[in-house]
Design a protein around this ligand. Sequence first.
Ligand code: F6P
Length: 337
Amino acid sequence: MTAQITLADYLQTHATPALASTLTTLATASVAINHLLDKGALAGIHGEAGGQNVQGEAQKKLDVISNDLLLNALIHNPNCAGVASEELDEISPANDDGTLLVTFDPLDGSSNIDINMTVGTIFSILPYHNQGQKATEADFLQAGKHQVGAGYFIYGTSTMLAVTFGQGVAMFSFDPMTQTYILINDNVRISEQTAEYAINASNRRYWLPPVQQYIEELVQGDTGIRQKDYNTRWVAAMIADVHRILIRGGVFMYPYDTKIAGKAGKLRLMYEANPMSFVIEQAGGASTDGVERIMDIAPTNIHQRIPVVLGAVEEVAYVKTLHDKAGILANGDKSSE
Ligand code: F6P
């Protein structure tokens, strides 16, 4: 039997010491979150926390607990200059001499907790350039292409980690016996074939015409221009839908919709769209807001929302073509060309 490669082994040869240390801190916090999820109702983690996050969403107890676990662990890591969480209004400066900034969604898909379904932690690691000074929100507002690491811990039927440092994607499975993450695939690639798509179709009437057209073509299956049938899959946790696409292909969409005026899509650029786009691109896929590559977008606000279309390269390119042909921007405005 070949020797198992642990996360610690992998980090020694694939990450700088600062990145390795930061990832180790994230992994340690993930093990604590995983432990609470394992105990479930017995750990008293089900139900609402009673507050709202900056997005105006009701916080679950485990949103708050996971946020605190990650935040406390990261601000004590000397490499970490600052932390931003989807659950907190303000960024948290950490160690002025640190070289890295971390953003995270502590518990993506948290509406799944109480029904015992998949949730996860998404993280993004950015460089910090102002050593000796306290990190501010402006330091975090870097386009996704500047990320030096990103990934997610998924708490599903088993717990897994997918991570990239810009040279491909590695996937690990958590071994509950040894409490360590073990490498299972050091070169995750997205299938070029697409047989599945993920979208919340109940928003259909609010989508822009290019997205309506795209989904209509998929729904027509072998009776339409695609001449092939497709399946819909929607877990309502981005982490689970993206994980499935990494494993067996497809396309994930949370496009712009007009359901709530002023909301440019549902997902957050800094906590969800950028890290998942980095992982997807590093696995050979693509990611767009419908018009622009997501990782090229310069953020203007730490809690910014963005439409997301990601997965198999050809599907993502086709959705962009439909927007271009319709002369429509990702936010519904007319394009100037
Ligand atoms: O963070 C938002 C999120 O929970 C994503 O993980 C998920 O893809 C989406 O919302 C689900 O949205 P909806 O409630 O519209 O299905």
